[in-house]
Design a protein around this ligand. Structure first.
Ligand code: UT7
Length: 325
């Protein structure tokens, strides 16, 4: 019996040209390179000037479509994970689909699950592929977090960056075991008991504006390593593999201490844990696809590699995906 899987056939990423180093941040708030580097692993972050979310999404998506060697007309679904859309409505995914030349009638929507947005979006798209509803999907994670950053709050403003990453997935046939190519398993979670630990100060329905990010960093930190490990472990359990089998763990890039903590918890050697936080900071829903695309582009991650994506963010939301590239 054949088994339908979703194979990643294209990757893309894009970051705005303007870079703010830690020294630049020290001119904005009372901070310094030493504090930011040792507490977070971040050295610099990209921020938009005139570009908006759809511009970043479009550029990452174009690269993914080219890399997949398909045309935009082949796409049956566009999902854009973000908490910083161009407009409240319509969905930025619909604007991006139109910019790309995706055919009229194609479903497109935004998905809001904060830093877990891409893992949620890829899970949804994979489920539609496996149900036979679609063949090819474009899944994007893109953020302009600089627009909801409180640039007077040193506790948060040094952490975030802007950027986008994208993948094209397409239906392929497998045997139904862990030797298959494509997404082998996924597991997503949320727990609203932590709603207030990381959220914006306002929102459309509450304050008629988007608000700014506020975070109880210590509370989020306490939860993050366990949640990231759980997302990875449960997805691996469903896939029928263990941490020993994987080539790479790609955790959400929020803090180097959290990333290293998850690697240790899963007993993975350092070289198996993907890290790109130094140049980007935390780009929320863009974090995983941006790192995935960068590492596929420079051939760190190669065809046949078994990769575990794991994320955790506001909500709290968290989850993991096992994928053979
Ligand atoms: O994307 C979703 C997931 N998000 C996360 O995973 C973030 C999780 N949290 C964290 O990564 C960390 O909690 C932070 C990086 C946000 C903070 O690190 P921390 O080691 O928990 O620092 P802290 O909040 O305990 O602050 C220690 C000190 C404080 O000073 P006092 O009160 O001890 O005098 C802060 O005021 O560091 C101070 N501080 C800073 N100093 C220089 C806070 N921010 C800064 C700063 N520069 N930017």
């Amino acid at each position: 019996m054949t088994y339908i899987r979703s194979e990643i056939i294209g990757h893309g990423h894009y970051t705005p040209k303007k870079v703010l180093t830690n020294d630049d941040m020290a001119k904005i708030v009372d901070t310094n390179d030493e504090w930011i580097t040792t507490r977070t692993g971040i050295k610099a972050r990209c921020v938009v000037e005139t570009e908006v979310n759809s511009d970043l999404s479009y550029k990452a998506a174009m690269m993914a479509i080219k890399n997949a060697n398909i045309s935009a007309e082949d796409i049956d679904l566009v999902v854009l994970a973000t908490v910083t859309p161009d407009y409240t409505t319509p969905a930025t995914a619909i604007k991006v689909a139109n910019m790309l030349g995706v055919k009229s009638g194609t479903p497109a929507f935004d998905l809001s699950a904060a830093c877990s947005g891409f893992v949620y979006a890829l899970t949804m798209a994979d489920n539609m592929v496996r149900l036979g509803q679609i063949k090819t999907a474009l899944v994007i994670g893109a953020e302009t977090l600089s627009k909801i950053t409180d640039w007077t709050d040193r506790n948060t403003c040094v952490l975030f960056g802007d950027g986008a990453g994208a993948v094209v997935i397409r239906a392929c046939e497998g045997k139904g075991d862990a030797t298959d190519t494509g997404i082998l398993a996924s597991k997503i979670y949320s727990d609203g008991a932590h709603f207030d630990n990381l959220r914006t100060t306002g929102g459309v329905s509450v304050s008629q504006n988007a608000g700014f990010v506020m975070m109880d960093g210590k509370e989020v930190f306490k939860y993050a390593i366990g949640a990231l490990a759980q997302g990875a472990e449960e997805a691996m359990k469903i896939a029928g593999i263990t941490a020993e089998d994987i080539d790479f763990l790609l955790p959400h890039q929020a803090n180097i201490r959290i990333i290293e903590g998850v690697g240790k918890k899963l007993e993975l050697p350092e070289e198996k844990v993907i890290v790109n936080i130094a140049g980007h900071g935390n780009t929320s829903a863009a974090s995983i696809p941006l790192a995935l695309s960068e590492k596929m582009e420079d051939s760190t991650i190669k065809k046949g590699d078994l990769v575990v994506l794991t994320s955790m963010g506001a909500g709290f939301t968290w989850g993991g995906i096992v994928v053979r590239i």
